[in-house]
Write a protein of this length. Structure first.
Length: 416
């Protein structure tokens, strides 16, 4: 080694090495000491006392399933409409000469009653002229018949066997017969025109609107007013497929003498008072509505302004009513409160060992108050009617009878 190499190498420093080792090792020693202290403290800490987990039974309200015959009812709504409603219009030209006092908005009229009459003098004269034309044509025909007979008799006397039709006046007779038929047709037309001067009610009913007065000049097609029949009104009720099953009706049902439709009770409030009317489903549509997926059934009420009225209150057109329809009868059914139903087809049964069972059922019918089952629950079983959170099969429950709860509350109130 040369002198220059010895002069460039730094001298060895022991103290500096020791300081660097302490700087690197000290944090590791501190962490090890902290971990050891924590482990030692944990070992000296007394063990916690073990507590037994107590599962408390969930108090629930129950109802006892009862077996009873049930008649299913279907509810619906609809507006009252007249079964027959027409607009009266003039068929001929003329001036209005008469308007019936019953041809007023809201007035009642009878079948066959003259509601409007036009001036008929012109059409009466037309009948006279047509009758005269018929008489002339008839005379001409009789003359041709007579001349034909004379020609035939003359030919026989002369011994002529081959006589032409023209000689026997057969073409002239046919022409006279055609003229007579034409004259008679014109007479029938004149009589028809005269009959059209009277606008007659085609059915018993009421006037919805009057559009003409005496003195008005009308032409064919001119609107005179609107009328509707009051013998029968009908209400269209929308039914689902389940409703059809509960009512025992099919698509395209039509009432016949041997098959009556289900009875219907109609309810509405008129002048602040509730009223009821009785009707019957007489027919259903032949198909479902493609947009709403419902099928309409038609309820008819006979004589709504007479015998069908409720204590003098008629079932007037335009009234919106609630319908209660009597459906099929279930002799073997189990009835529960509506609150017992869970989801679409299950209930919670309270078993004898105070545990809960989730059971599927077959629901025949349900409304706001009742749940009618055909299978799944037997009469006498208790079914939970109160809400249950975090339900699980076999969970512990405590059944509380509704009557016992009510009696306890009443006794507590009386003691206070």
């Amino acid at each position: 080694m040369t002198y220059a190499e010895t002069a460039q190498k730094p001298p060895f420093r022991l103290g500096l090495l020791i300081k660097r080792l302490i700087f690197l090792v000290l944090p590791v020693l501190v962490l090890i000491g902290a971990a050891g202290g924590f482990i030692g403290m944990s070992a000296l800490k007394p063990a916690p006392e073990e507590k037994a987990t107590i599962i408390e039974a969930l108090p629930v309200l129950t109802a006892t399933a009862r077996k009873e015959p049930v008649t299913i009812t279907v509810h619906g709504q609809g507006a009252v409409k007249a079964r027959s409603e027409v607009s009266l219009a003039a068929e001929i030209t003329g001036r209005v000469a008469y308007v019936s006092p019953n041809f007023l908005a809201g007035a009642q009229f009878k079948q066959g009653e003259t509601l409007v009459r036009l001036e008929a003098r012109e059409y009466e004269l037309g009948i006279v002229q047509a009758e005269a034309a018929v008489a002339q044509a008839h005379t001409a025909l009789m003359q041709e018949i007579s001349e034909g007979q004379i020609a035939s008799h003359g030919a026989e006397q002369l011994g002529i066997s081959d006589v032409s039709d023209l000689t026997l006046r057969r073409p002239q007779r046919a022409q006279a017969e055609a003229q007579l038929a034409s004259a008679e047709a014109r007479l029938d037309e004149a009589r028809l025109q005269l009959s059209r001067t009277r606008i007659v009610a085609p059915f018993p009913g009421r006037v919805r609107q009057k559009s003409v007065n005496v003195g008005a000049y009308v032409s064919p097609g001119a609107r005179l007013g609107d009328i509707y029949a009051s013998d029968v009104v009908e209400i269209a009720i929308a039914l689902s497929d389940a409703d059809l099953e509960n009512l025992g009706l099919g698509i395209g049902f039509s009432e016949a003498s041997g098959q009556k439709g289900p009875p219907v009770t109609l309810e509405a409030t008129v002048a602040g008072m509730p009223h009821k009317w009785s009707g019957r489903i007489t027919r259903t549509d032949s198909g479902f509505d493609p947009e709403t997926r419902v099928l309409f059934a038609y309820v008819e009420v006979a004589d709504p302004y007479g015998k069908g009225a409720d204590n003098g209150t008629p079932l007037a057109t335009g009234l919106y009513v609630d319908a209660v329809i009597a459906g099929r009868a279930l002799d073997e059914s189990v009835v529960l409160p509506r609150t017992a139903l869970r989801g679409k087809a299950s209930v919670y049964v309270a078993r004898d060992d105070d545990t809960l069972e989730i059971r599927p059922v077959n629901v025949a019918f349900s409304d706001r108050e009742r749940l009618v089952l055909t299978s799944g629950v037997s009469a006498g079983e208790k079914v939970i009617t109160s809400p249950v959170r975090a339900v699980a099969e076999g969970m512990k429950i405590k059944s509380v009878d509704r009557l016992e709860t009510a009696f306890a509350a009443e006794a507590s109130a009386s003691n206070d």
